[in-house]
Design a protein around this ligand. Structure first.
Ligand SMILES: [Mg+2]
Length: 308
């Protein structure tokens, strides 16, 4: 597939902090979840945040969606009363998370307009999302953001593991959620979904290289110059693009995060996730150099020669 008169044959973009403010969304929504769960079982946000770190580490994802069921204090409080847990802390936590997410889960202001203009101008130019989030979580977010159907393909990591009660071997999910999980719900997405092995995580090259191979843009190496790769993290995203000799765009606006928000994230994020999910600008004077810097997502339009 080619992009018509587009200067590029393929656009590949990161999602978190590139098409929306992930830190603002996740800190706000997850704190709401912790507060709601805490109210159910009489624990503080701080105490549960510390326990959440352990769960996220064990599951290899800070966006593990069944975190409540795995919190130490939640399990201690409910014991083998799984129904009580599901209708109590888990339901209340999910409700609070979703409600809070509604107010903060929005694309950056120029994303919808830009994606729509690209699709109008170059209907055959594929736009691919490549993320280290689990495939389900990535699609859930893109769907809520209202931009899922602008993408031709979503590449993410494996779906989350189902939580199981050690005492009774019962699955700690209500039936509706379990069915969604088993059906690998795709939100009506018409594009291609590809689940990458966990060790294809960025900044390893294998995830992005898989995209290039799928679009027949990997070899010969000159073909890769027809690929534009966008991400907010100089080390993880731009560094990766440079190693693969693509054209790398740095979404600098995504790295602009208030310290108070980062401090709040640090309360429940495993240390390695802070660097994984957030690019800390000030700590990096010898970071990889991008080919182009985007001050906003719509700079992509200039890069594609279609004005702003
Ligand atoms: Mg990112």
């Amino acid at each position: 597939m080619t992009g018509g008169n587009s200067p590029y044959s393929l656009i590949v973009t990161d999602i978190d902090n590139t098409v929306f403010n992930w830190v603002d969304y996740y800190v706000t929504a997850f704190n709401a979840l912790l507060d709601a769960v805490g109210q159910c079982i009489g624990s503080s946000r701080e105490e549960l945040a510390g326990q959440a770190k352990d769960v996220f580490s064990a599951h290899g994802s800070i966006e593990y969606p069944f975190v409540t069921q795995e919190l130490k204090s939640v399990n201690k409080y409910y014991g083998d009363d799984i129904d009580g847990m599901l209708t109590g802390a888990v339901w209340k936590g999910r409700e609070a998370f979703n409600l809070a997410a509604q107010s903060v889960l929005h694309p950056y202001s120029d994303v919808v307009r830009s994606l729509a203009k690209i699709k109008r101008t170059y209907p055959n130019l594929p736009i691919v999302a490549l993320t280290d989030a689990p495939r389900y979580v990535a699609m859930w977010k893109l769907n809520k953001l209202g931009i899922l159907n602008f993408f031709d393909a979503v590449y993410g990591l494996a779906d989350p593991r189902v939580p199981i009660c050690m005492l009774t071997s019962r699955i700690k999910l209500d039936n509706e959620i379990l069915v969604k999980h088993l059906q690998q719900i795709n939100f009506g997405f018409k594009g291609k979904i590809r689940i990458l092995p966990d060790d294809y995580e960025k900044p390893g090259i294998r995830g992005l290289k898989t995209v290039l191979m799928d679009y027949d843009l990997d070899e010969p190496i000159e073909r890769r110059k027809k690929v534009l790769w966008i991400g907010d993290n100089l080390r993880k995203d731009v560094g990766l693009g440079n190693r693969l000799k693509l054209r790398s765009a740095w979404a600098e606006y995504g790295a602009d995060l208030p310290p108070a928000l980062l401090a709040s994230l640090a309360l429940f994020s495993p240390a390695q996730n802070i660097h994984k999910n957030v690019y800390l600008k000030s700590s990096d004077s010898d970071a990889p150099k991008p080919d182009v810097v985007f001050q906003s997502f719509s700079d992509l339009l200039t890069e594609l020669n279609i004005g702003k």
